[in-house]
Design a protein around this ligand. Structure first.
Ligand SMILES: NC(=O)c1ccc[n+]([C@@H]2O[C@H](COP(=O)([O-])OP(=O)(O)OC[C@H]3O[C@@H](n4cnc5c(N)ncnc54)[C@H](OP(=O)(O)O)[C@@H]3O)[C@@H](O)[C@H]2O)c1
Length: 290
């Protein structure tokens, strides 16, 4: 039995779907407010709970062999940090076979402005020391994030992007990442390893509207405010709402830096997991292409 947290999220939903396609038994940790009917229809066992409640985590972990932690949230302390620590503690207590943790690319660069990055790094360290079999996946941005942007482009021709357009990323097909997360529990070479996970191409931000242009056969209108504008607005917001200012730190970190995998990291990923990674263009063509 797999336990998947964040099962109604973009990644978790795909992990549950693929596990069910593989006829694996899976318990989907969901909140009552989320849309989980599709997961139930596919044969997942639905566990209703809140990751902020330790008792829910204890109950959800009963009888599971594998845990894939794919949740995330705005409360980094409670969700990205504490919920994962509690899951790892239960995994140890229940002697589970393998724990897969979805971290983030660049987590080890010490970005102090992002509570999420710091939480994920601390969870990584805790997991490595836990004695459990683990795989840590550090993905770049998910391709599904671009679906709403592509849809807006299709309707308006407009592409909006803050900051340096030469910054590079390795946007990963969320379907590939789901496959890699599941395979991590089965492939010996993935045991007790950390993988940077990205798509096959290193893309500059300015490449994205070009991909949209090809998909929808129309010239892009690019709106590109500088990062300083974001910083100014954030400062203004901070005067009224200091908490919101802090929580914008992760977005600021993502906007200000590059998050791409090296060719060697991509080669290692493809050979370890025996797959050919999908390009962003192919992913978008499948989901929103004409
Ligand atoms: N998106 C990216 O580009 C990206 C890049 C690198 C790493 N990551 C990491 O990958 C993981 C998955 O990201 P994602 O984009 O798939 O996330 P997502 O779509 O935002 O989904 C988050 C999931 O966590 C669940 N969740 C949040 N708070 C919860 C709580 N208190 N109790 C129970 N469930 C709770 C949400 O439930 P509800 O549906 O009820 O809200 C949802 O299922 C996260 O750890 C994220 O940090 C994401």
């Amino acid at each position: 039995m797999y336990l998947v947290t964040g099962a109604t999220g973009s990644l978790g939903r795909r992990i549950v779907r693929q596990l069910r396609e593989d006829q694996e038994s899976v318990r989907a940790f969901v909140r009552l407010s989320a849309h989980f009917g599709e997961l139930e229809d596919r044969g997942a066992e639905i566990f209703i709970g809140d990751l902020k409640i330790e008792q829910d985590i204890i109950k959800a972990c009963e009888g599971v062999k594998y845990i894939i932690s794919s949740h995330g949230g705005t409360d980094a302390q409670a969700i990205d940090y504490r919920a994962n620590i509690n899951l790892i503690d239960r995994a140890i207590a229940n002697n589970i076979e393998h724990f897969v943790f979805i971290s983030v690319l660049g987590v080890d660069r010490g970005y102090q402005d992002s509570a999420t990055f710091k939480a994920k790094r601390e969870v990584e360290k805790y997991l490595i020391k836990s004695g459990l079999n683990y795989t840590i996946l550090r993905p770049s941005g998910f391709a599904n994030n671009l679906i709403p942007l592509a849809e807006r482009f299709r309707d308006t021709g407009i592409y909006f992007s803050i900051g340096e357009q030469q910054n590079r990323s390795s946007i990963v097909s969320t379907d590939d990442l789901a496959r890699i997360a599941i395979a991590s529990t089965k492939i010996e070479a993935a045991k007790n390893k950390i993988f940077a996970v990205g798509g096959p191409d290193i893309l500059k931000r300015e490449d994205i509207p070009r991909i949209f242009a090809r998909l929808f056969n129309q010239e892009p209108i690019v709106i590109n405010p500088p990062l300083q504008l974001f910083d100014g607005l954030r400062f203004g917001v901070g005067l009224i709402n200091p908490q919101l200012n802090k929580s914008l730190g992760t977005l600021r970190t993502l906007l200000a830096h590059e998050f791409f995998c090296t060719r060697d990291e991509i080669t290692l990923l493809e050979s370890t997991f025996n797959l050919k990674l999908e390009s962003l263009e192919s992913f978008l063509r499948r989901y929103v292409g004409q």
